[in-house]
Ligand binder design. Structure first.
Ligand SMILES: NC(=O)c1ccc[n+]([C@@H]2O[C@H](COP(=O)([O-])OP(=O)(O)OC[C@H]3O[C@@H](n4cnc5c(N)ncnc54)[C@H](O)[C@@H]3O)[C@@H](O)[C@H]2O)c1
Length: 451
């Protein structure tokens, strides 16, 4: 099938590349020309394990093309995915300006029947709104009689395992009022739904998936499935963080508590890791957007508000732990390992590490940080933070070491060496990742979250 994907970020690029891999002719479009130039040369502009190889393979096969012109993508495709960003406005509302620009451009270029697929996470009702934007834009051109359908097809991939998540999803959700569009979308996803494709990476394990469940529903419910899913996951993390805080008071170990809870099939083990709170490009903005929507209807979403409030406090708790240990933070040196909001991605949007570093820097501490992939200082991070070339440089002379992102390689750190270079041997393990007993036996003061 002929497909175009507008917006080649973490979602659009993975979607386009994987759809090419399963046999479609795909054009990925982005307004950033440098990004498109890199992609044309087979270079991946984001860090996502395995992605660059599939890009290169499909460019060679002639199934994957790149353009910075929406018109080119629209004219050459029957299915057009919108996967541009929908960041938060200061009031929590989703900013739909990128979606609006794209919808208007599509309206100008549409020349035959098209399916417009909202893959961006958009507020409830956006499907109808996109439809209106396209129609209004068509009215100014001479393509008024061309028909199109809008479909909601929310994305659930996780950065860091985006390829696996796309090939082996837990479910595919398609929302539309058009039977024709739904039929075509099912045809597009058939290889994934039936798990009938060749897994492109022989080095990586293939999960055992028989068939992928398909949820076909109306536009509004599909849009709500995405917001409700992310809000549930964020709430689950806030829940275990609250339990962790109670564990600290009563002397229980939240790791054991989560294990004991998670073995219950009704609860499940995933997203029950206590830590420094949720961040990233999706949870904060999606929970805020759903809260905003509820407010628009005169509702106070109490569970969502509680999840947000617990999360805000959780990030501050790390700062409080530093104050409890050092008493005076001014003039102290703090090493922070990990900047990305989670391992295996270079995404720093709303990363808890950044709030913590900015907070400690405002208190007068000197911050040194290291991340295996994030090498440049994110705009949201204060200039006073020093980015180091490795973990040992960050830790050298530190009074406290904070683990903010549990990159696998941090498990292999040489703590004998670290002990010799730190000022005070205090480790705050923001992800309950290190071996507490081993570090304590080595003479470190170990502070975890709820254990
Ligand atoms: N990142 C995730 O893990 C994830 C997971 C599920 C859903 N989502 C949702 O998917 C959407 C995209 O997220 P993302 O993380 O990929 O965003 P992103 O910021 O990484 O990428 C968006 C891309 O769209 C491009 N763009 C913006 N306006 C454009 C225009 N007018 N024409 C062409 N290109 C344009 C940008 O240049 C950018 O490359 C969001 O709504 C997000 O909530 C993200």
């Amino acid at each position: 099938m002929k497909v175009s994907v507008i917006g080649t970020g973490y979602v659009g690029l993975v979607t386009g590349v994987c759809l090419a891999e399963i046999g479609n002719e795909v054009i990925c479009v982005d307004k950033i020309k440098e990004k498109i130039d890199m992609l044309k040369n087979g270079q991946c502009p984001i860090y996502e394990p395995g992605l660059e190889t599939i890009i290169k393979n499909n460019i060679k096969r002639g199934r994957l093309k790149f353009s910075h012109k929406i018109e080119e993508g629209v004219k050459q495709s029957e299915i057009i995915f919108i996967s541009v960003g929908t960041p938060s406005l200061p009031n929590g509302q989703a900013d739909l300006s990128f979606v609006e620009q794209v919808a208007k451009e599509i309206g100008k270029s549409i020349d035959s029947y098209k399916i417009i697929v909202n893959k961006s996470t958009v507020p409830i009702g956006s499907g109808d709104w996109v439809s209106m934007m396209i129609s209004e834009s068509m009215e100014t051109g001479n393509n008024k009689k061309v028909s199109f359908d809008v479909v909601s097809n929310p994305e659930f991939l996780r950065e860091g395992s985006a390829i696996e998540d796309t090939f082996f999803p837990d479910r595919i959700v398609i929302g539309s009022s058009s039977k024709k569009a739904i039929t075509i979308m099912i045809e597009l996803y058939k290889p994934l739904l039936e798990q009938d494709f060749e897994w492109p990476d022989s080095k990586r394990l293939v999960p055992e998936v028989q068939k992928v469940p398909l949820v076909v529903t109306d536009l509004t419910s599909a849009e709500m499935i995405k917001y409700a899913s992310n809000s549930f996951l964020a709430t689950k993390i806030s829940f275990i963080n609250e339990i962790a805080n109670i564990c600290e008071k009563v002397g229980a170990n939240v790791t054991a508590v989560a294990e004991g809870m998670g073995l219950d099939k009704r609860i499940g083990r995933l997203f029950l890791n206590a830590g420094i709170g949720w961040g990233g490009s999706c949870f904060p903005k999606d929970v805020a957007a759903l809260t905003y929507i509820a407010n628009e209807y005169g509702m106070t979403p109490q569970m969502l508000n509680a999840a947000i409030s617990v999360n805000k406090e959780q990030k501050l708790k790390i700062i409080k732990k530093v104050q409890d240990e050092l008493k005076i933070v001014k003039g102290k040196t703090i090493a922070v390992l990990g900047i990305a909001f989670k391992p295996d991605t270079d995404d720093v949007r709303d990363a808890p590490s950044i709030s913590i570093m900015n907070g400690l820097s405002n208190l007068g501490a000197k911050i040194k940080t290291y991340d295996p992939i994030v090498k440049n200082k994110p705009d949201s991070l204060t200039d006073r933070v020093k980015i180091c070339k490795d973990a040992y440089e960050a830790i050298d002379g530190a009074d406290i070491l904070i683990l903010a992102t549990e990159w696998r390689q941090f498990a292999d750190l040489d703590f004998d060496k670290i002990k010799k270079t730190m000022n005070h041997n205090i480790i705050i393990d923001g992800r309950n990742f290190f071996n507490k007993e081993k570090l304590q036996d080595m003479g470190f003061r170990y502070i975890g979250i709820g254990r």
